[in-house]
Design a protein around this ligand. Structure first.
Ligand code: NDP
Length: 333
C-alpha cells in the first residue's frame, strides 16, 4: 500500500451535515519505520457523537480540524510491520477511521481476536455501542428485577442492544423507533411493545398505553419529546440513563428542555448522563455475557453497510435520517 484515500472535514455544518461539508483526498502512506505498523482498514464506524466533533466547541471529544482527516473507530489488517509484536495479516482495532490505510506507532493500535465473530461486530454489538447499552442499563440505570424498561432509538446500534440485554435479563421492554420496518424487526427480536414514533401524534399517550403501570427505567438515545413522554410515564424512583439526545444534535439554536422536568422531584427520579469511556473496564465482562447470550439465541444484531470510503459521508448523514437498522458501518476493503 502506497496511497490511501481519506475523508476530511471541509467546512463546519450548520444543521444537518451535507456532502459539501466533506472532501475526499489521496495521501501517501509511508513504509513503517521501527516501532510502527502499516494498516489497511477493512471497516470503519460512523457514530452520532461525531456530529458534535464537527462543531468547534470544547467537549469530551476534541473537535475535528478543518482540512484534516476525520478520525474514529476502525478495524484493519497489518500490511507491513516494523514492530516485533505485530506481523503482516494481524487484525487490529484503531482510532484511525475515515481513511483506507495508515502508518502509525504500533502502540496506537490494538490487536483484535475476533473469537469467531465477524470482525466488524467489534465496532457495533461487541464494541463501543454494545458496551454503552450494557453499562448504561446495568450501572447507570442500575437495572433490577421486575423493571419495565423504555428505550428510544430502539432499532439503532445502542438501542437494539439495550432492548435485548433487558429482555435477556427477563424485563418488559418498550422500544420506540421510526417506521414500520424497524418496529417489525424489534418485535421479531422480542421487544414487548413497540412505538413507531413517526406515526404517533401524542408520544406520551402512546407510552402510557404501552406501559399502563408506568416505567422504571428510561434509556434515552433521543431526548426531546421522548424524554418528556418518559417523565410523564415514570414510576416513583424511576432511573433515567441519559445516553444521547440525537434529536438535537443538528439544532441550529438551543432547544427548550422538557416542559415537565419538575416531575423529577415528586417522583424521586434519578436522571444521570454518562459517557461509555468511563466504563471500558466492563468490556471483558460484557463480551463474555454477550457471547453466552448470542450462543443461547437471546441476542442478535443487524448492520447497515455502505461500501467504499467515498460513501462514508453518506453513511454518517444517514444516521440523522434514520437510514440504519442496527449498526451503521462503512466497508472499506
Ligand atoms: P443509531 O444506530 O441509533 O443511529 C441513529 C438513529 O437515531 C437513527 O437511525 C434514527 O432512528 C434515530 N434518529 C435520528 N435522528 C433522530 C431524531 N431527530 N429524533 C429521533 N430519532 C432520531 O446510533 P447509536 O446507537 O450509535 O447512538 C444512539 C444514541 O446513543 C445517540 O444519541 C448517540 O449519541 C448516543 N451514544 C452515546 C454514547 C455515550 O457514551 N453516552 C455512546 C454511543 C452512543 P429512527 O429511524 O428510529 O428515528
Amino acid at each position: 500500500m502506497t496511497t490511501s484515500r481519506e475523508i476530511r472535514l471541509k467546512s463546519r455544518p450548520n444543521g444537518l451535515p451535507t456532502p459539501d461539508n466533506f472532501e475526499l483526498a489521496t495521501v501517501d502512506v509511508a513504509a513503517p519505520g521501527a516501532g510502527e505498523v502499516q494498516v489497511k482498514n477493512l471497516w470503519m464506524t460512523v457514530d452520532p457523537y461525531m456530529r458534535g466533533r464537527m462543531n468547534d466547541v470544547k467537549s469530551y471529544a476534541p473537535p475535528f480540524q478543518l482540512g484534516k482527516a476525520m478520525d474514529g473507530g476502525a478495524i484493519g489488517q497489518v500490511t507491513a510491520s516494523g514492530d516485533p509484536a505485530f506481523k503482516e495479516g494481524d487484525l487490529v482495532q484503531s482510532g484511525f477511521g475515515w481513511r483506507e490505510g495508515f502508518t502509525a506507532p504500533a502502540k496506537s493500535v490494538q490487536k483484535l481476536d475476533p473469537r469467531g465473530l465477524p470482525v466488524q461486530t467489534f465496532l457495533g454489538a461487541a464494541g463501543m455501542p454494545g458496551l454503552t447499552a450494557y453499562a448504561g442499563l446495568l450501572k447507570v440505570a442500575a437495572l433490577k428485577d421486575g423493571d419495565v424498561v423504555f428505550v428510544s432509538g430502539a432499532a439503532g446500534a445502542v438501542g437494539a442492544m439495550v432492548c435485548q440485554i433487558a429482555k435477556a435479563k427477563g424485563h418488559t421492554v418498550i422500544g420506540s423507533a421510526g417506521g414500520a420496518e424497524k418496529c417489525a424487526w424489534l418485535k421479531s427480536i422480542g421487544v414487548d411493545h413497540v412505538i413507531d414514533y413517526k406515526a404517533e401524534t401524542n408520544l406520551s399517550a402512546a407510552l402510557a398505553a404501552a406501559a399502563p403501570d408506568g416505567i422504571d427505567v428510561y434509556f434515552d438515545n433521543v431526548g426531546g419529546a421522548h424524554l418528556e413522554a418518559a417523565l410523564n410515564s415514570a414510576k416513583m424512583f424511576a432511573r433515567f440513563a441519559i445516553c444521547g439526545m440525537i434529536s438535537i444534535y443538528n439544532a441550529t439554536k438551543p432547544e427548550p428542555g422538557p416542559s415537565n422536568l419538575a416531575q423529577l422531584i415528586g417522583k424521586n427520579i434519578r436522571m444521570e448522563g454518562f459517557i461509555v469511556s468511563h466504563h471500558f473496564a466492563m468490556m471483558p465482562q460484557y463480551v463474555a455475557e454477550l457471547a453466552a447470550w448470542h450462543a443461547a439465541g437471546k441476542v442478535t444484531w443487524k448492520e447497515t453497510v455502505f461500501e467504499g470510503i467515498e460513501k462514508a459521508p453518506d453513511a454518517f448523514i444517514g444516521l440523522f435520517r434514520g437510514e440504519n437498522m442496527g449498526k451503521m458501518l462503512v466497508k472499506l476493503a
